[in-house]
Design a protein around this ligand. Structure first.
Ligand code: BGC
Length: 742
C-alpha cells in the first residue's frame, strides 16, 4: 500500500519565486517588535510581503525526495517544509509528525531518533492533564532542538470503534476527557515555541476508505461529540494550527467544508490560527480557500494538483478569491508563529537529554496503564519470587509501537526489525526497553523467556515457574482498521495454555485498544499497558512489582465483542501484509447517526448493555471509598461539587473519582468532571471540583449555541461510568455559556 497513491498525478507546476521582491531593499522589520500583539505583527508582515512571498507559504512541500523528484531545498527529512523568507527575517516552516514524539523517517542521512511517549490513549488513561502537558512539553522541546517549528501533534478524533487503526494516537471516546487531555498536550508543545496542530478535523474516526469516506452525522450530534472534543481542546491549548481531515462530512470534503471550517471553527469558536490540509486532502483551489483552508500540505506529492499554487493565483487574479482572503490566509500562519514565539525563538539544533526525556515518557506510561483484573491479589509481585516465566511479544527485546506517520524511532533503534509490513504503514517498530530485563533485575535474575511460538514450551516454562507474565500484542497503524477485535496468531491459545499451566498468570497487553479476551476468566491478572513508549519495559516492571500503583482508568468502553458496537462490521477493513485480508469494498458513507452524540459509554447506557469493562474503570493495589457528595450552583451556573475520598486499603495509591450528570429523561450520563487524587493508606481528603456551566449544556441547534436548561439535575459520583457511589441533586439556572473554555 503506497502512502502516495496520487503522487503520479501531481502536476509539474513550478512556483514562481519572489524574484521581484529580492531586488527590493530589506524592510525595516517593525514586526520583530515582540511588544506588539501577534496579530499586529502579522499585519505588518503581510503589508510588506510581495504576492510571490505570500504564495510561498500557502503551500508546503514534502520534506524528502520521492518518486524521482529531488527534495526541496528546505527539506529536513520530515513531513513538509516551506522556504525561509530571508528578506523578511522569517525562518523556513519546518513541520514534523506527531503526537507521540518527533517522527522523522524520511531523513536520508540517518533515521533520526527521538523520545517516544506512550500511546495517546495511555496519556488519556492517566486522567491527569499535567501528564499530558509534560509529555507535550517534552516532545515540543525535542522538536525545537531538532529545528522544527510546527509539530503535527494534537490528535483528538473520538474513539467510536475499537478497530480504528489510529486509536492509539488519540485520547478516547469522551469529548471532555479527550479534549482536555489533547488541549493540555497542545499547551505543552506550544510552551516550547512550536506550533501544535489539532487534528484530524473532523469525524475522521476510521481509516478504511479515509480519503473518500463520508461521515454522515446530524450537525447537533456532531457539535456534542467529535466537534465538542475539538472545541474543548482549542479552548485549553489554543493551537496555532488545525489540520482538516481526508474524509467527507455529510458529502463534502473536510478541507473544503464551509460549515466546518468557516462557520464552526473560525466564526463560532473564534479560531485565529490557520487550517492546514492533511497530506492528500485537498480537492480544489478557490472552493477550498473560500471554505476556510489556509495552507495546502505537500500537494506536489499527495494531491492531484498544487491547488494553492497556479490555480489559486488565477482564482485571485479573476477575483474569484478576494485578495483580502489570500492575505487572511497568510496572516493566520504568521500570527500563529508569532503567538508561540517561533519567530522570536527560532528552532535550531541543540543537544537533547534523552535520559531525562525517557523519564517523562516512563511517568506517562506508569500513570496511564490500567489494571483490568487482579484475582486474589496476584499483583503486585514480590521481589522474593524464585522464578518468573516471561512469555511472548518479543518481551526479551522491547515493547511494541503503533505504525504510520506517528511512529517514532526511539534512541537505540528498533530491536525487532524486519517484521511485516516493512513498508508503509510499517515498518513495524519496537522500542528497546525489554520487559524481560526489567523483570529480571527485580528478582535477582530469576526470569526466563519463551517466545510463545511453541505453545507447549511456553506452558512448560510457566508450569515450572512461580509466576508467568505473558505479553500479548496487537499492531495497528494509520491507513487501515482491524476487521475484528481478535488478537493475531496463536496468542489466545498461548494465554489459555499458559494460564492453564499456571493460574498465577499475569497478562500484559501492548495494543491499540480493546481486544477480545476469551481467556479472561482464566487469567490471574491483566494489565493494559497500551503501546507503552520508549521506557515501556521499565514502566511495566515497576507497575507489576508495585513500585508504582496502577492508577490509570479506561478512557474508553471495552466492548465485549463487535456485536455490541454501533456498527458490528467495517466493510473493507484489514491489511493483507499482516494476514488480515480486507473483506468487501470500503463503504462510501458511514452512518454515525446510529449513535450520534452517544459515543462509547453513552451508547452502552442508552442501549442497556454491559461492556466487558466500562469507561472510567481501573483497579489499583489499594481501594477507595467516597462519601458526602454535595453540589451547589452559582448564578452563572458554575457548579461546585464536594465530597470525601478515603483510601480504605493498606497501600498508598491514586484514584480518579469521576462526576457525571444525568440529564432529565436521559438514560445515559455525561462526564462533567474528575480529579486525580493520591492518598496514603487510611487517609481521607475532602475534594472540591469546579464544573463550569458549559459542561451541563446541550447544543441548541435553533439558538446556535450551548444552552443550559434551568432545573434540577442529578449529579453522580463514580469509580467508573458504571460503578456509582454517590448521588446529589443540583439546581441549575438557565444560561447560555459563552465559551467552551474547559
Ligand atoms: C496523516 C497525518 C500526518 C501527515 C503527515 C497523514 O497521512 O494523516 O496525521 O500528520 O500524514 O505525515
Amino acid at each position: 500500500m503506497s502512502r502516495h497513491p496520487r503522487r503520479l498525478l501531481a502536476s509539474a507546476i513550478v512556483l514562481a519565486i519572489a524574484t521581484a521582491a529580492a531586488a527590493n531593499e530589506p524592510p525595516a522589520r517593525p514586526w520583530m517588535d515582540a511588544a506588539l500583539s501577534p496579530d499586529a505583527r502579522a499585519t505588518l508582515v503581510v503589508r510588506a510581503m510581495t504576492q510571490d512571498e505570500k504564495f510561498q507559504w500557502l503551500t508546503t512541500q514534502y520534506g524528502a525526495s520521492a518518486d524521482g523528484k529531488p527534495a526541496p531545498a528546505c527539506a529536513m527529512g520530515s513531513a513538509a517544509c516551506a522556504p525561509a523568507l530571508a528578506r523578511l527575517g522569517l525562518p523556513a516552516l519546518q513541520e514534523t509528525d506527531a503526537g507521540l514524539g518527533v517522527a522523522r523517517p524520511l531523513n536520508a542521512h540517518s533515521e533520526d531518533v527521538a523520545t517516544a511517549l506512550p500511546s495517546g490513549l495511555a496519556t488519556a488513561a492517566s486522567w491527569d492533564p499535567a501528564v499530558a502537558e509534560a509529555g507535550g512539553a517534552m516532545i515540543g522541546r525535542e522538536a525545537h532542538r531538532k529545528g522544527f517549528n510546527v509539530l503535527l501533534a494534537g490528535g483528538v478524533n473520538l474513539l467510536r470503534d475499537p478497530r480504528n487503526g489510529r486509536n492509539f494516537e488519540y485520547a478516547g471516546e469522551d469529548p471532555l476527557l479527550a479534549g482536555t487531555m489533547a488541549g493540555h498536550a497542545v499547551r505543552g508543545i506550544q510552551s516550547q515555541h512550536v506550533v501544535s496542530t489539532l487534528k484530524h478535523y473532523a469525524l475522521n474516526d476510521l481509516e478504511t476508505g479515509r480519503n473518500t469516506l463520508s461521515s454522515k452525522i446530524d450537525p447537533v450530534a456532531a457539535r456534542e461529540s467529535d466537534l465538542r472534543a475539538f472545541e474543548i481542546a482549542l479552548g485549553i491549548g489554543a493551537p496555532g494550527s488545525v489540520m482538516c481531515s481526508y474524509n467527507r462530512i455529510n458529502g463534502t470534503y473536510a478541507c473544503e467544508h464551509d460549515w466546518l471550517l468557516n462557520q464552526v471553527l473560525k466564526r463560532d469558536w473564534g479560531f485565529k490560527g490557520y487550517v492546514m490540509s492533511d497530506w492528500g486532502g485537498v480537492h480544489s483551489a478557490a472552493k477550498a480557500a473560500l471554505a476556510g483552508l489556509d495552507q495546502q500540505s505537500a500537494g506536489e506529492s499527495f494531491d492531484p494538483q498544487v491547488f494553492f499554487g497556479q490555480p489559486l493565483r488565477e482564482a485571485v487574479a479573476k477575483g474569484e478569491v478576494p485578495q483580502a482572503r489570500l492575505d487572511d490566509m497568510v496572516h493566520r500562519i504568521l500570527r500563529s508563529l508569532f503567538a508561540v514565539g517561533a519567530i522570536d525563538h527560532p528552532a535550531a539544533p541543540a543537544p537533547i537529554d534523552y535520559a531525562a526525556d525517557a523519564k517523562v515518557a516512563q511517568r506517562a506510561a506508569e500513570a496511564g496503564a490500567v489494571l483490568l483484573r487482579n484475582e486474589g491479589g496476584l499483583l503486585p509481585l514480590a521481589s522474593t519470587l524464585k522464578s518468573v516465566a516471561v512469555i511472548g511479544a518479543h518481551a526479551d527485546k522491547g515493547v511494541l509501537a503503533g505504525g504510520g506517520s506517528s511512529a517514532v524511532t526511539a534512541p537505540g533503534g528498533n530491536p525487532v526489525p524486519g517484521l511485516a509490513p516493512t513498508a508503509w504503514p510499517g515498518p513495524v517498530k519496537y522500542h528497546p526497553s525489554a520487559p524481560l530485563a526489567a523483570i529480571a533485575r527485580r528478582v535477582g535474575g530469576k526470569a526466563s523467556y519463551a517466545s510463545g511460538e511453541d505453545i507447549a514450551a511456553a506452558a512448560k516454562l510457566a508450569a515450572a515457574s512461580e509466576v508467568a507474565v505473558v505479553f500479548v500484542q496487537q499492531w495497528a497503524a494509520e491507513s487501515f482498521d482491524r476487521p475484528h477485535m481478535a488478537l493475531d496468531g496463536n496468542q489466545d491459545a498461548l494465554v489459555a495454555a499458559v494460564a492453564k499451566a499456571n493460574p498465577r498468570t499475569v497478562v500484559v497487553l501492548e495494543n491499540n485498544g480493546p481486544v477480545a479476551m476469551p481467556w479472561l476468566a482464566q487469567a490471574g491478572a491483566v494489565l493494559e499497558a497500551w503501546y507503552p513508549g520508549n521506557a515501556g519495559g521499565e514502566a511495566i516492571a515497576r507497575l507489576l512489582f508495585g513500585e508504582v500503583d496502577p492508577s490509570g482508568r479506561l478512557p474508553l468502553s471495552w466492548s465485549r465483542d463487535e456485536a455490541q458496537l454501533p456498527r458490528p462490521t467495517i466493510a473493507g477493513a484489514g491489511l493483507d501484509a499482516i494476514g488480515l485480508p480486507p473483506q468487501g469494498k470500503p463503504a462510501d458513507t458511514i452512518d454515525y447517526d446510529i449513535e450520534g452524540a452517544d459515543v462509547g459509554y453513552r451508547w452502552f447506557q442508552r442501549r442497556g448493555i454491559q461492556p466487558l469493562f466500562p469507561f472510567g474503570y481501573g483497579l489499583g493495589y489499594t481501594t477507595f471509598g467516597y462519601r458526602a457528595l454535595a453540589a451547589e450552583a452559582d448564578a452563572a451556573g458554575t457548579v461546585t461539587a464536594t465530597f470525601e475520598i478515603a483510601n480504605t486499603g493498606k497501600r498508598a495509591g491514586a484514584d480518579v473519582p469521576q462526576l457525571y450528570v444525568q440529564f432529565p429523561g436521559d438514560a445515559a450520563a455525561r462526564l462533567v468532571g474528575w480529579q486525580k487524587v493520591s492518598l496514603r493508606p487510611g487517609e481521607t481528603k475532602r475534594i472540591s471540583v469546579t464544573l463550569p456551566a458549559v459542561r451541563f449544556a446541550r447544543y441548541d441547534g435553533k439558538a446556535h449555541g450551548w444552552r443550559v436548561a434551568g432545573g434540577g439535575y442529578r449529579l453522580l459520583l463514580g469509580h467508573s461510568s458504571a460503578q456509582i457511589d454517590g448521588r446529589a441533586e443540583v439546581r441549575l439556572p438557565a444560561v447560555f455559556p459563552a465559551g467552551m473554555q474547559r
